[in-house]
Design a protein. Structure first.
Length: 215
């Protein structure tokens, strides 16, 4: 079993042999999850079990959404995400997921495999009170957070870079998780930190970035 941690949440993935083939670890790292030596006993725990055979969607499940090669189905107790041969199954409380992977899954475009695993992680986080938002996040010099919301190409990252150049702190340039605890709403980074190389005006992702920041 491999364990990843995001703030007070841990994700257990097994078996390790299949995890190495699927690339789940790379997706976790890119989404600001850090490998952990053991379970975090005081936090919330999620689990993902990998299986080396495909599975079909149960006939009773109803199609709810379809986009970019994936279909989402639901029935009274479960949610299913399928590419036609492989299947993600989330149980009723959605703290656990099973991934049934047909051999064809590994020949799918990397972008589709990425969507499968990122959807899986976000779906598992949802019942814990985490909600993903497509937005840039920055923190003002006096500590107030601001989310910049808009469609792709609308200038979120450009505006964030401009504010950072004016002394603001960086949270995220693409996606954030909103988490409500009582009367407080926190915005957590869902990507590795980025850096700006002013010599050639290049924006990149830092390979040394750690877990997501809180703002």
């Amino acid at each position: 079993m491999t364990v990843y941690r995001f703030h007070e949440v841990t994700l257990e993935v097994e078996p390790p042999a299949l995890e190495a083939r699927t690339g789940v670890g790379q997706v976790c790292s890119a989404l600001s999850w850090s490998p952990a030596a053991d379970r975090h006993s005081d936090g919330q725990r999620l689990s993902l079990s990998l299986h080396d055979h495909g599975r079909r969607v149960p006939p009773a499940a109803q199609l709810r959404h379809e986009a970019e090669g994936l279909r989402v189905f639901e029935d009274a107790a479960s949610c299913y995400v399928s590419d036609g041969a492989s299947l993600l199954h989330f149980d009723a409380d959605q703290h656990n997921a099973d991934a049934y992977l047909d051999t064809s899954f590994y020949q799918k475009p990397p972008s589709l495999q990425w969507r499968v695993w990122s959807f899986c992680i976000l779906k598992l986080l949802r019942p814990l009170g985490y909600f993903c938002l497509h937005a840039a996040g920055v923190v003002s010099p006096n500590g107030q957070g601001m989310l910049i919301i808009g469609p792709s190409g609308s200038g979120k990252s450009t505006l964030a870079v401009g504010l950072i150049g004016s002394g603001w702190k960086f949270l995220s340039d693409d996606a954030v998780l909103l988490c409500r605890r009582g009367t407080t709403i926190s915005a957590l980074s869902l990507r590795h930190a980025f850096y700006i190389a002013t010599a050639n005006v290049w924006i990149g992702t830092s390979s040394q970035a750690g877990p997501g920041s809180q703002g």
